[in-house]
Structures are given as C-alpha cells and as structure tokens.
Design a binder for this molecule. Structure first.
Ligand code: SF4
Length: 328
C-alpha cells in the first residue's frame, strides 16, 4: 500500500468560523482527510501578528475554532488537530529560519504590502508582522509536509516557504522537502451584503448560528441589485442568493429557480425562503455535532492534548535533525 502524502494547513483564531471559511477551506480539508495524512493547526501565534494589543479573546477563539472544526467534520481519528502555541518547537524553528531569510524576500510579499494598506487602523510596522511568512514556513516544513492546500492568493506564501527550505538545505544539507501548493477548488460565496464574507463586516452566517439566526440573516440578503419588483425579470448570474442555491439546493431546484427568476415568476422573498430551508438542512449535521462536543468539553480538551502530543513528537524529531545539521 502506498504511503499517503502529508499535508498541513492552519487557520488563525480570530473569531467564529463562517460559511466563507467552510466553503473556502474547511470543506476541502474534510474531504482531504481520506486521501492524505493531514495535520491541521490553529495558528494562535499568527493571530498575534495583527491583533497583538488585546489578546483577551485568543484562547476562547482557539476553543471555538476547534469546536467549529469538529462540527464541520474534521476528525481526530483521521487527522492530527493541534494548537500552534502548544508546540514550542515552532518558535525555535522560526528563530533559526529567520537567521537565514533575507529581509527583501519578506518585503516583497504581496500580502504584506496589501495588509499594511488594508489594515491602516493598526500599527503593523512590527518585526512579527514582517516575519510572519517565516513562521508560516516553520509551521509547514516542521512536519515535512508534501503539500499545502491553498487558494490562489496564498501561492506566493508557499513559494516563499519553498525558497526558505531550499536555502536551509543549501547551507546545512538536505533536511526539508519543498512542499507543493495544492490548489483547492473553492466555491464563490459572498456575505449578506455581497461583500466578501467576514466577521468584521458583520455580514457572515456562522457555523454556530441557530436555525432562527440563519433564517433571519438569509431574509436580509441582497439579491440582484437591478431587480426592484417581483414583476421585473431577475438575473441569477449576479445574485448571491442564487450562488447559495448552487451550493445548498438540489440541481432540480437550481434549474427551476434559474428559469423562474429570469421569467419573473418567483419573488426574491420566496426564493430566499427556499434557499434558507436548504441551507438550514445542510447545516443540521454541523449543529448536531457542535451540540455533542459542546456537551462534552472534556472530550474537546482531550482531542487538543492528543493532537498536540502527536504533532510534538514529529516536531521534536525534526528539530533534532535541524540542530544536528546546523551543528548547534
Ligand atoms: Fe436572486 Fe432568487 Fe431573487 Fe432571482 S429570485 S434575483 S435568484 S433571490
């Protein structure tokens, strides 16, 4: 039997996870669990790179992300689920890699430039923020991952990780494989107001939302902006509700809505109600699992400890090789 390839990915704990996180990454991770040896980590140190001033919520967010993950179908039997800050070896490898990473490699990182502009209400002129791709590289190569599931925007990060691994191997001998970016298919899903779904825009449907929350949020969704009245033909191609139908309704319903919308035979209120019911049903297993894990906090704590031990034993082995290669 051929050995499964190892993949690694992480999420920053900055609040409850929403449908954008589910469709953008989590749903892929759940599927990949059967085909790969998976390491998934909650990147709490990474959360500090932008939110370092107030750290009160980080530990709660960590617990909630783990609950969201388990509810969405990540399985501690199939995958190693752990918290970054519990594995101190990540900090050691980050420090050693930072010694060999040229600063211009970090300054040209497109996300760095972009975020400095986007998050202009925060002082991001910190060493930690500039260096976060080095921490990311340490996270990935620590586990000698063969691949990293990513969206298009994260490809430069994986490329930088490959360059850092190559530079390390060049100086000290081959310790690290260069991980490949595994481009995952993501589904287009916007927030209630048609902007990117985000907790900070207050336009998200969360995995932890109740049935009532979901129904209320769906009713507020902005549809085809050109359609003012039910008697106006709509255009599903520009309607976010229709994108949700594509994800959560049957192909027959999607075809029907497509036709009826264009012929002005269905109103947006009714259309949203139908979609909302399908979304609520699709998320029923998520809510059930969440209830189970919420009622068993000791089990969740044990999952975090067990995942941490598995990750730590790999990390310790890697760090022995690193110290030996560097003769320190
Ligand atoms: Fe969108 Fe449905 Fe309204 Fe058409 S009927 S514009 S698909 S919400």
């Amino acid at each position: 039997m051929s050995k499964k390839k190892r993949i690694l990915s992480g999420m920053r704990p900055t609040g409850p996870l929403h449908l954008g996180n589910l469709q953008g990454a989590l749903a892929n991770w759940v599927t990949m669990q059967d085909d790969y040896e998976c390491f998934f980590f909650i990147a709490d140190w990474h959360a500090l790179t932008t939110d370092y001033e107030n750290t009160d919520s980080v530990s709660d967010y960590v617990k909630n992300v783990m609950l969201d993950w388990l509810s969405a179908g990540l399985s501690p039997e199939k995958s190693t689920l752990f918290v970054q800050s519990h594995i101190k070896e990540h900090a050691e490898l980050f420090l050693l890699l930072s010694m060999i990473t040229p600063v211009p490699w970090l300054e040209r990182n497109p996300t760095y430039k972009d975020q400095i502009v986007q998050l202009n209400n925060k002082d991001l002129s910190t060493f930690g923020f500039l260096g976060y791709p080095v921490l990311q590289a340490a996270d990935i190569i620590m586990y000698k991952a063969d691949g990293v599931p990513v969206g298009m925007d994260q490809i430069p990060h994986v490329e930088l990780t490959r360059e850092i691994a190559r530079r390390f191997n060049h100086f000290y001998g081959k310790v690290f494989p260069e991980p490949d970016a595994i481009l995952t298919k993501t589904s287009k899903i916007l927030g209630l107001d048609r902007r990117k779904m985000s907790k900070s825009y207050n336009n998200a449907i969360f995995l932890s939302d109740t049935v009532e929350d979901i129904a209320a949020k769906v009713s507020q969704m902005i549809t085809d902006p050109q359609r003012a009245r039910k008697s106006d033909p709509g255009n599903p191609d520009v309607c976010n509700v229709f994108d949700f139908h594509n994800l959560y309704s049957s192909p027959e319903t999607v075809a029907e809505i497509n036709e009826q919308c264009r012929a002005a035979q269905i109103g947006c209120v009714e259309c949203k109600k139908i979609m909302g019911q399908h979304l609520i049903s699709a998320l029923e297993p998520v809510r059930e699992k969440r209830k189970y894990y919420e009622d068993n906090p000791k089990l969740v704590a044990d999952i975090i400890v067990t995942g941490g031990s598995k990750a730590r034993s790999v990390a310790q082995q890697t760090m022995e090789e690193v110290r030996s290669a560097m003769k320190i």
